[in-house]
Write a protein that binds this ligand. Structure first.
Ligand SMILES: *[C@@H]1O[C@H](CO)[C@@H](O)[C@H](O)[C@H]1NC(C)=O
Ligand SMILES: *[C@@H]1O[C@H](CO)[C@@H](O)[C@H](O)[C@H]1NC(C)=O
Ligand SMILES: *[C@@H]1O[C@H](CO)[C@@H](O)[C@H](O)[C@H]1NC(C)=O
Length: 297
């Protein structure tokens, strides 16, 4: 090798690697993960996964094996690459930065009585009943989307209660955000007699909803990763309704005997988790995550 060839080669390799990192960062996380000194750490991923992953599942297999009996993670059902591109930090801020969004606490959703239009709202009222905070619940907070992203989209404080964590999920203004949602392709599996309702959210690492249940539905991760904990309807989990999933994971989860451990798995961007009717579930966003649920009500 001629003198100088090796450094040049190393430089070329380093440059390529740096470009690849940059490229994958932009395409891979939509600009939602902050980098550099002081950037919040993502939560470690648990590799164990007790939920089946199925690629190219047919509708009849879905109905026969999962729809009424167990959760499943669906891969490759729809192509939401356009929707994903529109959900990058930059694009969402450009399109919706001034839109006022309604934030809710991780344990308390505020809906006015008589305004429970879809299953996401039922979830809200269940959460509210299950886990009203120790004091008066925080009212829902309305603020411009840009302010939420710049000031409130931070990792979950592990010492704080769910009643102190504000995040954007499930209280979407569908007329204002229609230009985005029209590009989302929901999983093409419906259940007889149900209608669908979307619930779109963006939340920081370590955030998530504590255990609750409602009707069946799908939850797709657009950016980030979301860890799920699930129990069948007849196995009520051990959990404190006023605590966050993160606290539950740290305090309760390690003490669970094998026979009472949840089904769990981490859903990656582009994957869709299906949860059947009345299955208990808690979620934990491992990164700043963008996600959309399709409730079958
Ligand atoms: C949760 O907070 C509510 C409201 O203060 C309280 O009534 C309830 O007892 C708490 N739940 C538990 C299990 O401590
Ligand atoms: C949340 O619960 C904590 C612990 O009981 C309490 O000190 C705090 O005031 C509550 N915060 C709100 C906003 O309700
Ligand atoms: C949704 O947004 C539109 C347009 O900004 C607004 O007029 C309407 O009041 C909003 N709806 C709700 C329920 O906030």
């Amino acid at each position: 090798m001629e003198p100088g060839a090796r450094p040049r080669l190393l430089l070329a390799v380093w440059t390529l690697a740096a470009l690849a990192r940059r490229g994958s960062g932009e395409a891979g996380d939509g600009g939602w993960q902050r980098r550099g000194p002081g950037a919040p750490a993502a939560l470690a991923e648990e590799q164990r996964c007790a939920v089946e992953r199925r690629a190219d599942l047919s509708y009849s297999e879905f109905v026969q094996h999962y729809a009424f009996s167990r959760p499943v993670i669906l891969q490759g059902l729809t192509d939401n690459s356009r929707f994903r591109a529109l959900c990058s930090r930059e694009r969402l801020l450009a399109s919706f930065g001034d839109s006022v969004v309604r934030l809710s606490t991780a344990n308390t959703y505020s809906y006015r009585k008589g305004e429970l239009p879809h299953p996401a709202a039922q979830l809200a009222s269940i959460l509210q009943a299950a886990s009203a905070g120790p004091h008066q619940p925080l009212p829902a907070v309305d603020l411009p989307f840009q302010e939420y992203v710049e000031h409130l989209l931070h990792p979950q404080d592990p010492t704080s209660l769910g009643n102190n964590t504000l995040y954007f999920f499930g209280d979407n203004n569908f007329s204002e955000w229609a230009s985005l949602f029209q590009h989302y392709s929901p999983p093409p599996f419906s259940l007889l007699g149900t209608t669908t309702a979307y619930s779109f959210g963006i939340a920081g690492a370590g955030s998530g909803v504590p255990f609750h249940w409602h009707g069946p539905g799908f939850s797709e991760v657009i950016y980030g990763r979301k860890r799920w904990f699930l129990y069948p309807p007849e196995k009520t989990p051990e959990f404190h309704p006023n605590k966050t999933t993160l606290t539950w994971l740290q305090d309760t989860y390690p003490t669970l005997a094998p026979s009472v451990r949840p089904l769990e798995c981490t859903v990656q961007a582009g994957e869709v988790l299906y949860f059947p009717d009345r299955w208990w579930h808690a979620t934990l966003n491992l990164d700043t995550s963008v996600f959309i649920s399709t409730f079958l009500g």
